[in-house]
Design a protein around this ligand. Structure first.
Ligand SMILES: *Cc1c(COP(=O)(O)O)cnc(C)c1O
Length: 348
C-alpha cells in the first residue's frame, strides 16, 4: 500500500484541529467553569466525552480489540463520509466500488465530488478481483467492499477480500454491517496485519439500535487519529453514549435475536419458495432475502396496500425482478405471507 502521507489530503495533513474544552482538560471530578455550560439540569448540561472513552472500553472488551483502533460515529455513514473527507481530493481523486452494493458509498462520493469506478459483481454475485484492481489508478484512494453485501445478501470469499486488501494501493473499507448474522468470521482479528484496512460495523442491525445512531470503524490508530481531527468535536451525544453502554451489557439478548432471526429466515425461505411468482431466492448471510420474481412492482404495490412494506430492488444492477425482504418477527412475517397469499389468489 501507499503510505498514509501519500494518501491523506494535504489540507487535512496540515490541519490544526479544533481544541475543545474537554480536549484540554479531560479529568472527571472537578468544578467545570471552562466550557460555558449551564451548571443546572444535570447531566444533560454537560458536553459529552468527545472520544467516548467509557463506550470504547466496553466495545474494546466485546470485540477483543484495542480502544486505540476504534472510531465511533453518528451511524456508519459518518465514518464513510470522513473517509472521503480525509483521503479524497474533490474533483481529482476517485474510489473503486462494487455494483450492486449499499447506496451510501455513491451518495457520499457525490457529496464530496469524487468519481466512483464501479465494477459489476459476477452473475453469481462474486467479486471480480482482477477488474477491481485494474480500474484503479494513482488517484484511487478507497476501495469499498460490503460483506455480507447489501442487497445481494452473500458474503464474499475470504481469499478474494484478502487479495484486494493486499494488492490495492489505497485503503480498503470493508463494511461488515451484517457480520453478526453471517457464518463467516469478521476480519477484525486480522486488523493488525493490514494497515490499509478500515472495518465498519454498526449497532443498527443485530444489536437493534438503529434509532440511537452509533456506527463503529475499526482501523489503525493512525487513521483513527485522522478521523478524530476532522469529526465534529462532540459527534456522539450523551443520550446515545449512555444508552449504548447500557444495552451493550446485553450481548446474550443480541445473540438470542440473531438466533431467532436466522430461524425466521429459514422459515421464510421455505414459505417464499412455494409461491409461483418466485423465480429464485438468493443465498443470504444477512437478515434479509433477495428474491427474484416475475412482477416486482405489482407485488410491491400490492403489499403496500396490505400495510406491508418491502424494498423493490428491481432497478438495481444484476437484480432484475428482485425484491428485498427484511426478516421480521414471526408475527410480522406472517403478515407478509398473508399478503403474498392474497396476491397469489388475485392473479389466479
Ligand atoms: C444498514 C447498513 C449500515 C448501517 O448504517 P448506520 O449508519 O450505521 O445505521 C451500513 N452498511 C450497510 C451496508 C448497511 O446495509
Amino acid at each position: 500500500m501507499k503510505s498514509l502521507d501519500q494518501l491523506i489530503r494535504p489540507n487535512i495533513k496540515s490541519l490544526k484541529p479544533y481544541s475543545s474544552a474537554r480536549d484540554e482538560y479531560s479529568g472527571e471530578e472537578a468544578i467545570f467553569l471552562d466550557a460555558n455550560e449551564n451548571p443546572f439540569n444535570e447531566p444533560y448540561n454537560r458536553y459529552p466525552d468527545p472520544y467516548q472513552r467509557k463506550l470504547k472500553t466496553k466495545i474494546a472488551e466485546i470485540k477483543s480489540i484495542s480502544e486505540k483502533s476504534i472510531f465511533l460515529g453518528n451511524g456508519s455513514d459518518e465514518a464513510i463520509d470522513l473517509a472521503f473527507r480525509a483521503f479524497c481530493e474533490p474533483g481529482v481523486d476517485n474510489i473503486v466500488s462494487i455494483d450492486p452494493t449499499y447506496g451510501m458509498y455513491q451518495v457520499a462520493a457525490d457529496i464530496n465530488n469524487i468519481e466512483v469506478r464501479k465494477v459489476k459483481l459476477t452473475p453469481d454475485f462474486e467479486l471480480d478481483t482482477t477488474k477491481l484492481l485494474s480500474v484503479a489508478d494513482e488517484n484511487s484512494k478507497l476501495l469499498f467492499i460490503c460483506s455480507p453485501n447489501n442487497p445481494t445478501g452473500n458474503s464474499f470469499k475470504k481469499e478474494d477480500i484478502i487479495t484486494l486488501i493486499e494488492k490495492f494501493e489505497g485503503l480498503v473499507v470493508l463494511d461488515e454491517a451484517y457480520i453478526d448474522f453471517a457464518p463467516e468470521k469478521s476480519f477484525l482479528p486480522d486488523l493488525n496485519k493490514y494497515p490499509n484496512l478500515i472495518i465498519l460495523q454498526t449497532l443498527s442491525k443485530a444489536w437493534g439500535m438503529a434509532g440511537i445512531r452509533l456506527g463503529m470503524a475499526f482501523t489503525s490508530p493512525e487513521i483513527i487519529t485522522i478521523f478524530n481531527h476532522i469529526k465534529y468535536p462532540y459527534n456522539i451525544n450523551i443520550l446515545t453514549q449512555q444508552k449504548a453502554l447500557e444495552l451493550l451489557e446485553k450481548e446474550d439478548e443480541k445473540n438470542g435475536w440473531v438466533e431467532e432471526l436466522l430461524k425466521q429466515k429459514a422459515a421464510m425461505t421455505i414459505q417464499i419458495k412455494g409461491y409461483s411468482f418466485v423465480e429464485k431466492i438468493y443465498p443470504s448471510d444477512a437478515n434479509y432475502l433477495l428474491v427474484k420474481t416475475n412482477a416486482p412492482k405489482e407485488i410491491y404495490n400490492f403489499l403496500v396496500e396490505q400495510g406491508v412494506i418491502i424494498r423493490d430492488r428491481s432497478t438495481v444492477s444484476l437484480c432484475e425482478g428482485c425484491l428485498r425482504l427484511t426478516i421480521g418477527s414471526k408475527k410480522e412475517n406472517k403478515a407478509l405471507y398473508e399478503g403474498l397469499d392474497k396476491y397469489t389468489n388475485q392473479i389466479q
